[in-house]
Design a protein. Structure first.
Length: 141
């Protein structure tokens, strides 16, 4: 599961109709902003091995642009995990937990690091302002 910030321009393209130049301008702004989002998200991503930071990419499909980490463990970094009993050991058929010391063998869990959401909050106004400027240029002579 990956975490992404998606912008789908499919319906907007239908709305503006024949004004292809305007759509191309907005598409360029969205892609340029996606590059800003990648830079900001990589700056906010926690780094232990660098894999999570390196997995943050831009993906385009039709009118949709997605930005986010593709590392398989990204959801656990962003959402965090609850405390849980020790890992299951198949050779002994049980979890590593000591009944005399209940905290022994417990994974403490991981605090969430919502860097994807913080990135979105940081750059969303930039996207709105840029697209608003293009639309105003289209409406006003």
């Amino acid at each position: 599961m990956s975490l992404t910030v998606d912008v789908d321009l499919t319906n907007f393209k239908k709305w503006i109709g024949d004004t292809c130049r305007t759509f191309e301008q907005i598409d360029k702004v969205i892609f340029d902003t996606a590059q800003i989002v990648v830079g900001r998200m990589r700056g906010l991503a926690p780094v232990r091995t660098g894999m999570l930071k390196a997995s943050i990419t831009i993906q385009r499909e039709g009118g949709k642009v997605s930005v986010g980490p593709t590392a398989p463990y990204a959801i656990y970094v962003v959402s965090g995990t609850r405390p849980s009993p020790g890992r299951y050991v198949p050779s002994i058929g049980r979890r590593l937990v000591d009944s005399k010391h209940p905290s022994f063998g417990m994974h403490p869990g991981i605090a969430p690091n919502p860097f994807v959401e913080r990135t979105f909050r940081d750059v969303s106004q930039q996207v709105i302002d840029k697209v608003d400027g293009i639309i105003r240029g289209m409406i006003e002579p």
